[in-house]
Design a protein around this ligand. Structure first.
Ligand SMILES: [Zn+2]
Length: 180
């Protein structure tokens, strides 16, 4: 492990502790004496996806990320949102503790994640993934989203009453009087 400050190849461990899913080590460079932190993690066992035709394919993070990126293309989402969603889905999948997972479960997780993130991205993904051949099914999906959105919006605030004309005159004249 090279020192991130000077690139020296050796360091000593000054502290190590267990964190959630690994070990965190505090190290000190033997050359410049600056400190840095390393994490040691167990590489999770490979996870295989069961395809529709029963073939098994190793879970591919890049593939997952590409699918999400395509769905979220040109959507007004903060940088890193898509990567975070991919991380979350991956973590959820590993947490299931299985070695093989039907592709449908992953697809459903992606749908759920996108639904909470961006409705346009969700519809984009769904139209490919669910293979909407029937426009009525797609319309039903859009209607469901639209109605959940209107419920969330707050009612328009009451308009402020306008000042009666007489009050306005009074304000103006007293203002002019003060100026003299
Ligand atoms: Zn150093």
């Amino acid at each position: 492990m090279e020192c991130p400050h000077c690139g020296y190849h050796d360091s000593k461990v000054i502290d190590s502790r267990d964190v959630n899913d690994g070990i965190r080590r505090r190290r000190q460079c033997l050359s410049c004496h600056k400190r840095f932190t390393t994490y040691e993690r167990l590489q999770p066992a490979s996870l295989f996806v069961i395809k529709k035709d029963q073939r098994r394919e190793e879970l591919d993070r890049h593939k997952l990320l590409n699918g999400l990126r395509k769905a979220c293309e040109k959507r007004p989402l903060p940088t890193g949102t898509v990567d975070k969603l991919a991380d979350d889905i991956e973590a959820q999948l590993y947490r299931l503790g299985r070695t093989e997972i039907p592709g449908k479960i992953i697809g459903d997780m992606v749908m759920e994640g996108l639904k909470n993130l961006d409705h346009i991205a969700y519809i984009r993904f769904a139209s490919v993934y669910r293979d909407f051949t029937d426009i009525t099914v797609l319309k039903r999906e859009v209607d469901t989203l639209a109605s959940s959105q209107t419920e969330a919006t707050s009612p328009p605030s009451a308009q402020l009453p306008l000042l009666p004309d007489e009050n306005m005159k009074e304000v103006t004249s007293s203002h002019q009087r003060n100026r003299r």
